[in-house]
Design a protein around this ligand. Structure first.
Ligand code: MV4
Length: 588
């Protein structure tokens, strides 16, 4: 077994991985960016190394810096978590070349599943059912039109070959929508994956998203840990996941488990992985395979009792899986709600800010995986998912009640989260009946009804007594140390950036988060680029009307009117950069 492992990630997943490492008696090494100097994952690790400034390409995605930290620390292996470098075959190969074990699948398996057309071709050959469509790229709209007329028919899904998770996914209900959908999918493929290649699938009208958790070792053993249902999504971002899936019978469960195992076997898989698929009218179709541990792995852990991350680490060290398929049992029901710093009542606008107060739920059957605490700053630089609330109980109904209880216990101040959204959604008949809730999530009036009062502004100034004991974080040659300085408080009493020991600084509330500027001003909740402006100066708008779309972190964020009125001023134009707190419009 390894004696030291570097965790090449941040936030809740970095802490989740460290928990398993600690239980296994393995030393932990963190990497962190400048804004994450005082982050929980940075402080929790035995050692921590600065890898660069905030933007991920200069820190968490910088392969050389991560490998340099691994070498400096003497870590024998790297766990990539999810996101960042987790599905980067070049990184997996670079680790190997540096003599460091990549805790994940072989680089060739990442490559095979990374190209969605290649994955479809491989799966078809292996006898795994795929959504009917092409396994070859489709070069032009004319080619697409011909293939659709001859075989697939409408409605049709057009997907980017380099895509996944819904990026570069468009639908054409009829021929007149084809060209726009084709160009949209190709354009997004180019933008996100530098690959405009697209392929076609029959569009299934109302499928469920059902995925299979897999674990494979290097001795030829592959087991599945049953399925998760992740049908509650918005813009392909999963919001709620559960296991078992409400629409899956024991017979179907056994069948799709085998499908997952066949898929993993076909690419020589090792480690934890997930086969994502669509379930429609009892038929199951392979969509793609995620070659990493997923955000929602926890629901499977709760429903089976298996520590997926521990198994991942064990098999990376060459050990065989600790159990057989027959020993994996599914018990009760687990549900996960993603706690994102987003405002569902404002079209899921990002809601960065400082957590002025924070208290997590607990009690029977409750698990919280988080990367924050009171005082943490949620920066728009990274993913808005700050925590996951997972519950277990004997069945779906009991688990739902337990989730509602736990959501009610959750205290978050200083920023908005999806807690009000989850509380409302889990109380609907649609959820109770096991529906996908697609119409609800798109229902603007319903979402707007979730609005809660503006979060209390952060406490002004530092009310604490002058400290005679101060904590500093110092970096010596890029390695982080916590230092306690005992002595007289400095004049003025304000302790310098004491790590986490201070009240959060006063912070101006921003638009999107509530108060900010005058009540007529609409301020940008985030920094990014204005993609489109949907209104003209002088226009009359309803509350909730789309004003503009801002791209940040490659995500499109719809900015909507905070009130009804006339657009008296418009401070944005397409293509322009915009800062957080900048004025978008004045609506009177
Ligand atoms: C589809 C589909 C219908 N037909 N593919 C792809 C990525 C994942 N996030 C959802 N994806 C879909 N792919 C074909 N050929 C519908 C979806 C879909 C979906 C599926 C199940 C449950 C909720 C969904 C929400 C949006 C899109």
């Amino acid at each position: 077994m390894f004696s030291k492992v570097l965790v090449a990630n941040r936030g809740e997943i970095a802490i989740r991985v460290m928990r398993s490492l600690e239980e296994m008696g393995i030393g932990t090494v963190a990497v962190y960016s400048e804004p994450d100097r005082d982050a929980l994952h940075t402080k929790r690790a035995d050692e921590a190394y600065l890898v660069g400034p905030g933007p991920a390409p200069e820190s968490y995605l910088a392969v050389d810096k991560i490998l340099d930290a691994a070498q400096k620390s003497g870590a024998e292996a790297v766990h990539p978590g999810y996101g960042f470098l987790a599905e980067n075959a070049a990184f997996a190969r670079a680790c190997e070349e540096a003599g460091i074990v990549f805790i994940g699948p072989p680089a060739d398996a990442i490559d095979a599943m990374g190209s969605k057309t290649r994955a479809r071709e491989l799966m078809e050959k292996a006898g795994v059912p795929i959504v009917p469509g092409t396994t070859e790229p489709v070069a032009t709209v004319d080619d697409a039109r011909r293939v659709i007329d001859e075989t697939i028919g409408y409605p049709v899904a057009i997907k980017a070959a380099g895509g996944g998770g819904g990026k570069g996914f468009r639908v054409a209900l009829s021929e007149d929508e084809l060209e726009k959908a084709f160009d949209g999918a190709a354009g997004e493929g180019e933008k996100f994956f530098s690959d405009p290649t697209v392929y076609l699938e029959r569009y299934l009208p109302d499928p469920r998203h059902v995925e299979i958790q897999l674990l494979a070792d290097s001795h030829g053993n592959i087991v599945h840990l049953f399925e998760r249902d992740c049908s509650v999504q918005r813009r392909h971002q999963k919001l709620i996941e559960e296991s078992p899936a409400p629409a899956v019978t024991p017979e179907l469960r056994a069948r799709i488990g085998e499908v997952g195992i066949e898929a993993a076997r076909a690419v020589g898989y090792r480690s934890a992985g997930t086969v994502e698929g669509l379930l429609q009218d009892g038929d199951y179709y392979f969509l793609e395979m995620n070659t990493r541990v997923q955000v929602e792995h926890c629901v499977t852990e709760m429903a089976t009792g298996v520590d997926i991350v521990r198994e991942q680490i064990r098999v990376a060290a060459g050990e065989p899986l600790g159990f057989t398929q027959e020993q994996v049992l599914l018990r009760g029901h687990a549900i996960e709600c993603r706690i994102n710093a987003e405002d569902a009542s404002k079209n899921f606008a990002p809601a960065p800010g400082t957590l002025t107060s924070y208290r997590e739920p607990s009690g029977p059957g409750v698990r919280v995986d988080s990367g924050v605490r009171a005082g943490s700053e949620i920066t728009p630089l990274y993913d808005p998912m700050v925590a996951k609330l997972i519950v277990w109980d004997v069945d779906r109904e009991a688990a739902t009640r337990r989730m509602l209880r736990a959501l009610g216990e959750y205290e978050v101040e200083g920023t908005r989260t999806l807690i009000p959204f989850h509380l409302a959604l889990l109380a609907t008949d649609q959820w109770r009946n096991g529906e996908t809730c697609r119409d609800l999530i798109e229902d603007k009036a319903w979402l707007k009804s979730l609005a809660t009062p503006a979060p209390a502004p952060a406490a002004g100034g530092d009310e604490e007594e002058p400290k005679v004991e101060r904590e500093y974080a110092v970096e010596v040659s890029g390695r982080r140390f916590d230092v306690k300085v005992v002595g007289a408080a400095p004049a003025g009493g304000a302790a310098p950036a004491a790590a986490g020991a201070r009240k959060a600084p006063a912070r101006r509330e921003r638009a999107g988060g509530g108060a900010g500027g005058s009540s007529e001003e609409l301020l940008s909740p985030l920094q990014g680029t204005v993609l489109r402006v949907e209104v003209e100066k002088g226009a009359d708008v309803e509350e909730g009307a789309l004003i503009c779309v801002i791209e940040a972190m490659k995500m499109e964020n719809e900015i909507t009117a905070h009130r009804a009125g006339k657009v008296e001023e418009l401070g944005v134009s397409a293509g322009a950069a915009i800062g957080s707190g900048d004025r978008i419009a004045v609506i009177k």
